[in-house]
Design a protein around this ligand. Structure first.
Ligand code: SF4
Length: 272
């Protein structure tokens, strides 16, 4: 595959239907986003796995973050080949069958074999793959204690805190404001459970992006002069079960999932 260095070269390989399922207004916008490293080819549901593999090998992204994610994935897959998956399943109290460990993410199982390859009935993307593999490799399997803390107070959060606030909490808050009923309906589809209030928020719901990584979403409705607010808290054990980069990726993945579902379930297919 020859190198793809600009959006025009990539655009030639897209179907040009401008169907917007990638949540961008056109195939050209998608090509630009991929070259800039803001989207991956797997975000276009029209593209089959073989084409994704073939094109990915040729894309020269302007943003090294995507390349970083790909190399992390490669490294994690290699590490998976060197561990005892059955032992990892015992450590994490996860199902193990036919040589595969199953990790439940928001109600869906992601199965990983001894080569680190992942299969799922869901659309796979690095926002889920990296955290799931990281969880298998590094989680101490600690049971959550119910002590809720902010993302910023977790070990190693300094580098990611600003990104997490802007690209996870604020983005999720905008979706909750614009599509309030649907937003909370989706949370319930993800298995969200209401808990006794930890804060003075109007809504407090817990979801499990990974089995031992509960995440508490608090939402304050707008009132008089006060704007709405959404915050996400973590169990204190989160820092022993996963690292902050993976938590950030999970947060981004959640926002993307919300966006996709909202676009699919609103009449005009618009987010805002
Ligand atoms: S989902 Fe794929 S085909 Fe549809 S607009 Fe985006 S890039 Fe084009």
């Amino acid at each position: 595959m020859s190198q793809i260095k600009n959006p025009l070269e990539l655009y030639k390989h897209l179907n040009k239907s401008n169907c917007r399922k990638c949540l961008l207004p056109s195939c050209m916008a998608f090509a630009v986003a991929v070259i800039q490293g803001q989207k991956t080819l797997t975000d276009c549901p029209d593209m089959d796995t073989e084409t994704v593999k073939e094109l990915s090998a040729g894309i020269v992204s302007r943003n090294s973050r995507q390349t970083d994610t790909e190399s992390i994935l490669k490294e994690f897959r290699k590490e998976i080949t060197q561990i005892d998956l059955a032992e990892a399943a015992r450590r994490l109290d996860a199902p193990f069958q036919d040589g595969m460990i199953a990790i439940n993410c928001l109600g869906k199982d992601f199965k990983i074999d001894a080569t680190g390859e992942m299969t799922s009935e869901c659309h796979r993307n690095p926002w889920v793959e990296v955290p799931v593999l990281h969880y298998i490799l590094r989680s101490k399997g600690k049971q959550p204690t119910g002590e809720w803390v902010t993302f910023g107070s977790l070990k190693g959060a300094a580098e990611w805190n600003q990104f997490f606030t802007h690209r996870c909490e604020l983005e999720m808050g905008k979706l909750a404001d614009a599509h309030n009923d649907l937003f909370f309906e989706i949370l319930h589809i993800f298995g969200a459970q209401e808990i006794d209030k930890v804060t003075n928020s109007d809504q407090s719901l817990v979801i499990y992006p990974l089995p031992r990584l509960p995440l508490l979403i608090n939402y304050w409705e707008p009132e008089d002069a006060f704007e709405s607010k959404l915050s996400i808290l973590f169990d204190k054990t989160a820092e022993e079960n996963i690292n902050t980069e993976s938590i950030y990726l999970l947060g981004r993945g959640l926002v993307e999932m919300f966006r996709k579902l909202i676009v699919q379930h609103t009449r005009d297919g618009k987010l805002f």
